[in-house]
Design a protein around this ligand. Structure first.
Ligand SMILES: Cc1cc2nc3c(=O)[nH]c(=O)nc-3n(C[C@H](O)[C@H](O)[C@H](O)COP(=O)(O)OP(=O)(O)OC[C@H]3O[C@@H](n4cnc5c(N)ncnc54)[C@H](O)[C@@H]3O)c2cc1C
Length: 277
């Protein structure tokens, strides 16, 4: 107290004003942070506000966040667990990767391929606008910091494109990130290719940083992409060569992942240069 009384009152008032200003600025900044809704421990319900059929078995589902300025709060390259019911009414939980980022505020989107016998596919097939989806997360081991590698090579098959698309978008839409992305995307037919418009848009907008090579088992008559299964030669031609500052990401059906792991090993990609979603 003696110390405070010995201080000049003007200094005391100045210090008090400074404390109030700093507290107000800190409050303003913290309250500007968008609210994150994803919870790693508890499922939360999100309302389906739009459903767009993209092909006979693929649809885009748009879910609303509780406020228009909220974000889902999903780190780049991670996924969410979705809970639903199969055709027998049994509970089922499966992983999905939103195609949106936290720069898309107020909503998130899932692109879902629905298989005739698929259990969670049944749940999505039955979902209508106004229904709610139970979601928990984030989940996943993938961590991304801009510039952590010079280049990514990506090997995607079918719906395995969704984590690749999310990571590629995050890299390319960040003007400070100079990372290059080389993607090989395999499907059975042309009609099976997911997010083609969006992927071609990225290739057009970022020609120096993003390259895509489509591979089809059953190509149409006129086709300038790869044919058959993804081969060692395609990987050699399209993806960055083995080096300490590159990484190859894989996401596809289990037989494709296994074949790709074999090709990568034979081509000299060390285990730390590879990641499977
Ligand atoms: C990290 C991660 C992210 C994912 N993100 C997405 C996503 O964004 N969008 C999406 O659509 N899927 C995604 N998946 C796949 C998803 O989790 C399910 O595996 C898929 O929806 C099938 O589940 P299901 O319960 O309907 O089929 P299941 O009941 O598991 O399978 C039943 C039958 O469906 C067919 N089937 C199932 N999966 C495949 C497949 N991959 N290839 C060929 N036939 C198959 C088979 O005939 C199978 O016997 C992701 C998977 C992982 C691991």
């Amino acid at each position: 107290m003696d110390f405070l009384e010995s201080l000049d009152p003007q200094i005391l008032v100045g210090a008090a004003v400074a404390v109030v200003v700093i507290a107000a600025v800190a409050y303003l900044f913290s309250s500007k942070k968008p609210k994150v809704y994803l919870d790693p421990e508890n499922f939360k319900d999100f309302k389906l506000v739009k459903r767009t059929q993209l092909s006979h078995n693929v649809a885009k589902f748009k879910f609303e966040l509780p406020t228009p300025t909220a974000v889902l709060g999903l780190p780049i390259g991670q996924h969410i667990s979705c809970r639903g019911k199969d055709a027998q009414g049994e509970e089922i939980i499966k992983p999905y990767t939103p195609t949106t980022l936290d720069s898309d505020v107020g909503y998130f989107e899932l692109v879902i391929k629905m298989y005739p016998q698929g259990r969670m596919s049944h749940h999505f097939r039955e979902m209508r606008v106004g229904d709610h989806l139970a979601v928990k997360g984030p989940k996943g081991r993938f961590k991304y910091q801009p510039g952590q590698v010079r280049a990514f090579g990506m090997l995607a098959g079918g719906s395995g494109i969704t984590p690749m698309f999310q990571v590629a978008r995050a890299i390319l839409e960040n003007p400070k990130d100079k990372t290059k992305v080389h993607l090989i995307y395999a499907n059975v037919t042309y009609e099976d290719i997911l997010l083609m418009e969006e992927l071609d848009g990225l290739a057009r907008n970022y020609p120096d940083r993003f390259k895509i090579y489509y591979v089809l088992n059953q190509p149409p008559e006129v086709w300038d992409g790869g044919v058959g299964f993804v081969s060692k030669e395609m990987i050699q031609e399209q993806l960055p060569a083995p080096a300490h500052d590159i990484q190859i990401l894989r996401c596809g059906p289990p037989p494709m992942n296994k074949a790709m792991a074999g090709h990568l090993e034979a081509l000299g990609y060390a285990p730390e240069m590879q990641f499977q979603f």
